[in-house]
Write a protein of this length. Structure first.
Length: 169
């Protein structure tokens, strides 16, 4: 008979995998949030546990976010800079065009499987994508192309106006 592991053990497995992938890429860790600072943009990759997780079942996803210092100048001062993000995406958008992907983990085999899948998506898709966005100007180019990566159509138009950039035709 095998002992039942707690969700803390499953989460520790996922965090260990994220450490192995993100730390060599230059990300620093603070809790479950990894960050990488460029000249005027910061990338964030965070592990989010669902409120529906229990003592025996861990439900997690990965968030990909960015903060532009140029856009942060326009933020509401009641929002601390450390919590300000103007680009939000879930890991599911990097696979099969799904808006969201949650892993349900209730044993170590599922933790291992989730860990391998997360490693693959982050290494092969998320990091290469983030590497292409190292400045606010990179976001402007994406948004001017008409793509709404990480933002709504309204937010894209608002951000482009704030930045004094041309809106897409």
């Amino acid at each position: 008979m095998t002992a039942t592991l707690s969700t803390k053990e499953y989460k520790k497995k996922i965090v260990g995998t994220l450490d192995e992938v993100l730390k060599p890429a230059g990300f620093k860790k603070n809790g479950n949030i990894y960050s990488l600072v460029y000249s005027d943009i910061t990338h964030f990759i965070s592990l989010q546990s669902s409120m529906s997780s229990s003592a025996s079942v861990l439900k997690i996803t990965i968030n990909i976010e960015m903060c532009s210092l140029q856009l942060a100048a326009f933020r509401d001062d009641r929002i601390p800079l450390s919590a300000y993000r103007n680009y939000n995406r879930r890991i599911g958008t990097f696979i099969d065009e799904k808006p969201d992907k949650w892993w349900m983990i209730s044993n170590m085999q599922q933790a291992d499987d989730a860990s391998h899948e997360i490693r693959s998506i982050v290494s092969e898709q998320v990091l290469p994508y983030l590497t292409s966005i190292q400045a606010t100007d990179d976001l402007i180019k994406i948004w001017q192309s008409g793509r709404c990566d990480g933002v709504s159509v309204q937010a894209r138009q608002h951000y482009l106006k704030l930045l004094g950039a041309d809106l897409p035709q």
